[in-house]
Design a binder for this molecule. Structure first.
Ligand SMILES: Cc1ncc(COP(=O)(O)O)c(C=O)c1O
Length: 407
């Protein structure tokens, strides 16, 4: 008889390995725990208290919009709770095609819907770059873009954040060594953690000059910038110069899912080769139907984005007037605090005074730039913005922590 394996010992060794990994996370001040936030439309409940939520991405406040809720309820009753299959099996329903048609009409570009913004970025970069390509990626680009670049196996280089000189240096070097290499330049239009705007026009000119393809993630710009909320490329009038754009339904558009805007043939190539499209169950029809309804709402209410930007300018100016250096150029307003411990302390002090602005720490942001990030929404009233500024002021005074100037 073979010896009985010592199961208990193996399990406990495994458990110790897990615990030691967790301990290492904890010892760096990087522990992340799930906290419960049950929300109404404006306030969020944190630990039994109502706090003003500045840590959501529901920029246009559509998540509880009655017309959108009704559209979602009708759609779920009609189509059931799931799609039942991947898009290339039997998962493509009328709602997916209608949503893609809606996106095309809205953005004037063919569109392909994928499971999420994260998957859209993985799909795009792993389809349009390969081992023989080069990807030049902004140093602060979102994790999904970094993961997509890694998945593609292209040679990856990171240019300095929003720095066209750094990008041009890299493009020149790449072209000196190989004039025919396929090069993708990848950035966000509004940066998720810094809220600043990429110099997309200059980048698109550089791409044209050096024969590179520009990829722009518009996750945080859709709904806020551009004609009918179509994003920053459209606001800058350069959509035609950007062959690949990605975005998500999960922020301004209030539901879930992602999409790519690209030429029809590029969408066909994704359908034929992106593993994240082929091997992923199609989004539930009511979700894409709700997303399509939200896209129509953007088209019908083109003032939503500019109203949000006015609120954001009011908030940022009020912080500046209070002597608090606030970053960002749009509706994302970071206060850079330095170490993870400092950011956690600041966020806790805000929360205890009724303001939820979660601490953002490495590896989400670079070492030494932990921060609290305020995401503004149309649901925030002017009074709430004033109250939040007052709370920030109190926290600075009470803790002695002064937010840092923009790095
Ligand atoms: C810049 C950026 N791209 C992509 C994503 C991923 O989108 P999704 O949440 O739809 O997966 C996010 C955030 O979640 C993001 O901030």
């Amino acid at each position: 008889m073979p010896n009985k394996p010592e199961l208990q010992e193996d399990v406990s060794a495994e458990h110790q390995w897990v615990c030691s990994r967790l301990e290492s996370v904890r010892s760096k001040g990087l522990w992340r725990g799930l906290r419960r936030f049950d929300d109404g439309q404006i306030y969020t409940e944190a630990g039994g208290r109502q706090v003003i939520n500045f840590s959501g991405n529901d920029y246009l406040g559509l998540r509880h919009n009655p017309a959108l809720l009704a559209a979602c309820a009708d759609a779920v009753n009609e189509s059931g709770v799931g799609s039942g299959a991947s898009r290339l099996l039997s998962g493509t329903k009328r709602q997916h095609l209608e949503c893609e048609a809606e996106l095309e009409e809205w953005s004037a570009s063919p569109a392909l819907v994928l499971g999420s913004g994260y998957l859209a970025n993985l799909a795009l970069l792993s389809t349009f770059a390969d081992r023989s390509s080069v990807i030049l990626l902004d140093r602060l680009a979102h994790a999904s873009l970094l993961d997509g670049a890694q998945l593609s196996r292209a040679k990856m280089m990171r240019f300095q954040h929003n720095d066209v000189n750094s990008l041009e240096d890299m493009l020149r070097k790449v072209r000196e060594s190989d004039s025919a290499k396929r090069v993708l330049v990848v950035t966000e239009s509004i940066f998720s953690m810094d809220g600043d705007i990429a110099p997309l026009r200059d980048m698109s000119e550089l791409c044209a000059r050096y024969g590179a393809q520009l990829v722009v993630d518009e996750a945080h710009a859709v709904g806020v910038f551009g004609d009918k909320g179509t994003g920053l490329c459209s606001e800058m009038g350069i959509s035609e110069l950007v062959p690949y754009r990605t975005a998500t339904f999960s922020k301004s558009l209030a539901s879930y899912g992602g999409f790519v805007l690209a030429r029809r043939e590029a969408c066909d190539l994704l359908v034929n080769s992106a593993r994240q499209f082929i091997y992923d169950t199609a989004l539930p029809p009511h979700i894409v139907s709700t997303a399509a309804y939200a896209v129509r709402m953007l088209a019908d209410s083109p003032e939503l984005g500019s109203t949000l930007l006015e609120k954001s300018a009011f908030f940022r100016n009020a912080l500046h007037s209070a002597g608090v250096p606030a970053g960002g150029d749009a509706h994302i307003v970071p206060l850079i605090l330095g170490s993870s411990e400092t950011a956690l302390k600041f966020a806790d002090a805000l929360l205890s005074r009724g303001v939820l602005a979660v601490a953002i720490r490495p590896p989400t942001v670079p070492e030494g730039t932990a921060r609290v990030r305020f995401s503004l929404s149309l649901t925030h009233s002017e009074q709430q913005l004033r109250d939040a500024v007052q709370v920030v002021r109190e926290v600075v005074e009470h803790t002695g922590i002064q937010p840092l100037e923009r790095p």
